[in-house]
Unconditional design. Structure first.
Length: 562
């Protein structure tokens, strides 16, 4: 049996695993990353999987970087020096209403309000006030995202205190917002159906927005207005490729096609991992798992490692618990798609091919989620869509004169009654027929399609129920409660084991922040004494209370006009 020794072993070469590995290797640690798939990237992978269209790029999960411009990771790691190039997206989104109207979400909230004014002056004024609320909330949220929520470092605590003081008159409003549902915050402020539908679709991309605390999904607007969105040149794979190059330059290594079968636990401490081929990688300092937490805690830890109470909590970590999951049906097209009806209705010359497009209505979204909960396919005209003509901004993602269309729906049944084997084709046809009601030429131009059901996503990525965020976004799965009580940052039920993927604080989305925080925890922790008796950590807050400052200041605020 082959054995190798390292300071840290990282499970998973998604972007969070690679981010953590880069920070650790730059700090002088011997870091080994193991990845079950044949290629790196995980949920940030892309490729050319359509046999009839070998030059059309498919982004398997996300296509745009919505949170990345606010994250300090790219600048701290100097990823531009390792080939990462991004193109700004403004507007980031455009909502298409069934009646032919469209509403763009611009980086400048005042410009977005002017879009809304075409439908309702009252809603336009309400949006500016809402943007100010979200912008103020960003000042509290961002330092919290960068820190250990159980025990923030001094700088984070200072930034939070200053933000709370500066916005003290809004603290009660922040509290009401935090406990409200996404639907509630929309219904309180806006009246026009186009405006309500646009905001509903934007918030319902990850989960239903009728649960208390689901208002948190609208914090996305604060990020978009603060720093905008960007699209990586060449497709999403450009990000993990740059991170892998950064890691190699720091002396780290990645091994693909290396599935972990077990986290080795000796004397209550995680001391390495066992691979499917019999190899054991020993970890002197830590094992960092960036796969989804249920995989780590239920499948990879030896039976009996966790106390019964924590094992039960791990089993109940919600991943697409509503019964709905994401499905992709991306299209390679022989020509150029147009949005004729919606484009003609605009008078400002905005090319609707360039932003990500949202399709859906509140009533349709509710019906779609209800059918998914019952194990049924949504009706065609209720299917919500997120659509991107990826080559409209980045021509490298399709051949000249042809289009690649990213097609994502957040609302397909995770466990349909009939099983996915017999429903995959029907579901894909419904999605494409829905797309064709908005984009001209789909039926005539299709060369081929790439389809992935929630079941196939789970098999490809290992994520429970194919959940792209690893853990559902809810108020009680945030901060120190993410992924569950007893497993948050600093709370190590198994000494030496750290969680650092999308299911960890501060959560999903392409930020690199879970990996960055996990690296900081490891660098802060006292080096284990190999001759000392290995006992479980008794102070879950010890890690992260001090350590190297990997922080950078948040982007300067862009204020909505008063």
């Amino acid at each position: 049996m082959a054995t190798s020794e390292h300071d840290v072993v990282v499970i998973g070469a998604g972007h969070n695993g690679l981010v953590a590995a880069c920070y650790l290797a730059r700090a002088g640690l011997d870091v080994a990353v193991v990845e079950a798939a044949e290629t790196i990237g995980g949920m940030t992978a892309s490729g050319t999987p359509i046999p009839a269209a070998p030059h059309h790029v498919v982004n398997y999960c996300a296509s745009d970087l919505l949170f990345w411009p606010t994250s300090p990771v790219g600048a701290e790691l100097g990823l531009d020096r390792f080939g990462l190039r991004v193109l700004p997206q403004d507007p980031s989104y455009a909502y298409l209403h069934p009646d032919g109207a469209s509403l763009a979400i611009w980086r400048d909230p005042r410009r977005t309000a002017e879009e809304i004014r075409r439908f309702s002056p009252a809603d336009a004024a309400a949006y500016l006030d809402y943007a100010r609320l979200l912008d103020a909330l960003f000042d509290l949220v961002f330092p919290f995202m960068l820190a250990n929520p159980r025990r923030p470092d001094r700088r984070s605590a200072w930034d939070l205190a200053r933000a709370a003081l500066r916005h003290r008159r809004r603290l009660r409003e922040f509290g009401a917002f935090a406990f409200a549902s996404g639907e509630e915050v929309i219904d309180e402020r806006f009246r026009h159906p186009v405006v309500q539908s646009a905001l509903h679709c934007l918030a319902a991309g990850a989960s239903p927005i009728d649960a208390p605390g689901s208002s948190a999904t609208h914090v996305l607007l604060a990020f978009l207005h603060r720093a905008g969105a960007v699209r990586p040149v060449g497709g999403m794979q450009a990000l993990p490729a740059a991170l892998a190059a950064c890691l190699a330059a720091a002396g780290g290594r990645v091994t693909t096609s290396a599935p972990v079968t077990e986290i080795v636990v000796e004397g209550g401490r995680a001391t390495g991992v066992a691979l499917g081929n019999g190899t054991v990688l020993r970890a002197r300092r830590a094992v960092l798992a960036t796969c989804d937490p249920r995989t780590t805690l239920e499948r990879l830890l030896p039976d009996g490692t966790l106390p019964a109470r924590l094992a039960a909590r791990a089993r109940h970590i919600p991943a697409n618990a509503s019964g709905a999951g994401a499905m992709k049906a991306d299209l390679a097209l022989a020509g150029r798609l147009e949005l004729g009806r919606h484009q003609r209705a605009r008078r400002d010359g905005l090319d609707l091919r360039r932003p990500a497009v949202l399709v859906g209505t509140p009533a349709g979204n509710r019906r779609a989620y209800a059918r998914c909960a019952a194990g049924l396919l949504p009706e065609r005209d209720d299917i919500p869509l997120w659509l991107v003509v990826t080559n409209a901004v980045d021509p490298s993602q399709a051949p000249d004169g042809q289009d690649s269309l990213y097609v994502y729906t957040p609302t397909m049944p995770v466990h349909p009654e009939e099983g996915w084997k017999d429903l995959e084709g029907e579901a894909a046809d419904r999605i494409v027929a829905r797309v064709a009601r908005f984009y001209d030429g789909v039926a005539d131009l299709e060369i081929g399609r790439w389809v992935e059901t929630p079941d196939l996503t789970a098999r490809r990525t290992g994520a429970t129920n194919g959940c792209a965020l690893h853990v559902d976004v809810t108020l009680l799965r945030s901060g120190g409660l993410r992924p569950a009580l007893g497993f948050g940052p600093g709370a190590k039920p198994v000494t030496g084991l750290h969680l650092g993927g999308a299911g960890s604080h501060p959560g999903g989305g392409v930020t690199g922040l879970p990996g960055r925080l996990a690296a900081r925890q490891i660098l802060s922790a006292r080096r284990p004494d190999p001759d000392a008796a290995r006992e479980p950590d008794t102070d879950p807050d010890a890690a992260g209370a001090s350590g190297p400052d990997l922080r950078s200041k948040p982007p300067r605020r862009r204020r909505a006009s008063r």
